[in-house]
Design a protein around this ligand. Sequence first.
Ligand code: F6P
Length: 372
Amino acid sequence: MAKYVGVLTAGGDTPGLNAALRGLGKSALGEYDLQLIGFYDGFRGLMNDRSVILDEQRLSGILTFGGTILGTSRDKPHRMPVGEKLLDMTDAMLEVYEKHHLDALVCIGGGGTQKNAYRLMQKGMNVITIPKTIDRDIAMTDTTIGFDTALGIATDAVDRLHSTAHSHHRIILVELMGHNTGWLALGAGVAGGADVILIPEIPYQPEVISEAILDRVRSGKRFSIVAISEGAITKKSSEELETLLKQKKDARDKAEKQTAVEKIEAWQNMQANKTISLAQELEELTGLESRVTILGYVQRGGIPSARDRLLATELGTAATSMIVKEKYGSMVAVRGEKMEAVPLEKVVDRRRTVPLEHSWIKAAKRVGTCLG
Ligand code: F6P
């Protein structure tokens, strides 16, 4: 049976990471007498062998803390910034894994971390992952640690913006996190009663939004709240991107491919400040004063919700069971009421986007919310 288990937290932090470390650690130590070694700052700490023994004392009193006691980073094992260069450091990580005689390595992280853990698995490490991200976009799991807390914070913001938008007869756009998926903006938008919800899965047209806002004005409502994912784009931009991606795919030689890549980068740069541009456009189209609130990192900060603590404790303790059963190369996933081991092959290079027929979308439409 396993004796030594390593653990790290990687990618953007989320509330509930410490609860997961505690769940994993307390069950590993208490039930199975495993020794738990934490690595600081994600894969970088594994590479540099910066570690700490996670004993009972270190795991106590952290359940309600936000962030992660281990620290985190977005460094990737195969493209690690070392000096001026990006180097493949997976072999160095394998050496540290072997030096500590680890039987397993638990990686707690989002979509990128699942892929990075998979790479370490291919190097021969016994890897188990736990899904966390406020974006809730990891494939093969119903939910992820951090989403519920972020949803509460984002909903509170949408609630609070109502009174000020109402008093000033303004349009207020609130930009929420979610580069590639709209779970957070959609959830907070529906829960907070936003009048318009814009998500990456549904490219929007400013004219459709302004019409919906003017309809509200005609019915006597002189303010509107727009909840927008940071990754939401216009229909026009989405079509442009599609053309550029096709050009890249069809490139006949290196030069053509390079040109297409440069055009895609230029397209990406054009996307900066798009919520502010949309606010200006809506002001022009409707004649109503418009303001923007970018909620940013506040969505990832602070005390985890009860639901996230519960989820993290379930996932952490389920990871211990997987180590004991030697179900390596898997992610502990939430599937209905159960925690299940899903092979990492089924998780990586996929993303859980909002299906257009999802019940939250249906509900939003049925209460008259404009989706752009
Ligand atoms: O992946 C979670 C997330 O919070 C996204 O919603 C957001 O787009 C991104 O991280 C921000 O990344 P960073 O912490 O690197 O600025």
